[in-house]
Design a binder for this molecule. Structure first.
Ligand code: TXD
Length: 309
């Protein structure tokens, strides 16, 4: 059996980190693509040369074109502009829509069986666009945001309670952005809901920090946005798919009536396996949570409407 082939479009901070974590876990061979001449080639060669030391045996190539991507199992799309301080995710909408559309036009015909994982912001709208442009079935076009948002929430919960991050699980629903909906009731420490462990005001503070998690890092870095945790979150999805793990992860997935939403990509728990999104998991929400989810979906719908999708 041939090794899995993973294409990563956009060899910037997130793309290069995805490539690095993917080969370090020996998930497959990697093709890095970028418009900047020499950048994907240079990073691919550099990562290839780390192989003997880190003991991974993967092929990596970089390219400014798409022929090398043919027959990919997974295509991760990170191409686009990153947020600058003070810039909202939505400011990026039109520029990144143009970039993502051109990328999908190139990759979809060359890898007609691939699963697309979108990373470019504004995430939920970019997934919807990629789904439309590719003509792929919705279960093979997925967005990465919830895994990152929940990793941030887990980090803050673990620090607050001074426990191992390994004991903490957390769920975040909704769009990636200011309207995301962290669910404390379903966030646990060794199985105990955090609502049993922390007073409401502390939970609210952690929720708010999670919601602002991306902006906090943009504010510190000044010249770019987060990439280690986004890279790790993306690779968790790649691994769940390639190893057919049937892992439940929060992802931007196409809803066809679940949670009362139809025809829209929004962040929900899904089962990820070799066929992509194998199931959308519906969990019971309180009326307040359902209302927050609806607000989040409405914010995504607004962007999608702006793009006339
Ligand atoms: O949770 C999430 N989904 C996110 C999203 C978490 C972190 C970052 N998020 C978004 O991913 C971010 O707002 C951006 O829209 C993307 C990529 O972020 P990154 O930090 O990697 O940005 P870089 O370092 O600027 O890299 C982008 C690369 C850069 O090398 C460009 O030359 C390239 O994209 N680029 C292209 N490559 C191929 N084809 C085209 N057309 C193209 N245009 C730009």
């Amino acid at each position: 059996m041939a090794r899995p082939k993973i294409t990563v479009v956009g060899a910037g901070n997130v793309g290069a980190t995805v490539a690095q974590y993917a080969v370090e876990r020996e998930l497959g061979d990697v093709v890095l693509v970028d418009v900047v001449e020499g950048l994907p080639q240079g990073k691919a060669l550099d990562l290839l040369q780390a192989g003997p030391v880190h003991r991974y045996d993967c092929r990596l190539v970089g390219s400014n074109g798409y022929d090398e991507t043919a027959g990919s199992d997974i295509v991760v799309i990170t191409a686009g502009l990153a947020r600058k301080p003070g810039m909202t995710r939505d400011d990026l909408l039109f520029k990144n829509a143009e970039i993502v559309a051109s990328v999908v036009d190139q990759v979809a015909p060359r890898s007609p069986q691939a699963i697309l994982i979108l990373v470019t912001n504004p995430l939920d709208a970019m997934v919807q666009l990629a789904w439309r442009k590719s003509g792929f079935p919705p279960e093979r076009v997925i967005g990465m945001a919830g895994v990152l948002d929940s990793a941030r929430f887990r980090t803050f919960i673990a620090r607050e309670l001074d426990v191992s991050v390994e004991n903490v699980t957390a769920f975040v629903l909704g769009g990636h952005g200011d309207t995301m909906v962290p669910l404390p009731r379903y966030s646990t420490v060794a199985g105990i809901p955090i609502t049993e462990l922390l007073p409401p005001d502390r939970i609210e503070a952690l929720v708010q920090r999670t919601r602002d998690g991306g902006a906090e890092i943009v504010g510190l870095l000044k010249t770019g946005s987060a990439y280690y945790a986004p890279g790790a979150a993306t690779v968790e999805m790649v691994e769940a798919i390639l190893k057919d793990k049937k892992k439940i992860l929060p992802c931007a997935a196409y809803l066809s009536g679940q949670y009362g939403v139809r025809g829209l990509y929004v962040g929900v728990p899904v089962k990820l396996g070799r066929r992509g999104v194998e199931q959308v998991i519906e969990i019971r929400l309180t009326p307040e949570e359902q209302a927050a989810f609806q607000r989040s979906a409405a914010a995504v719908r607004e962007l999608v409407d702006k793009l006339k999708l």
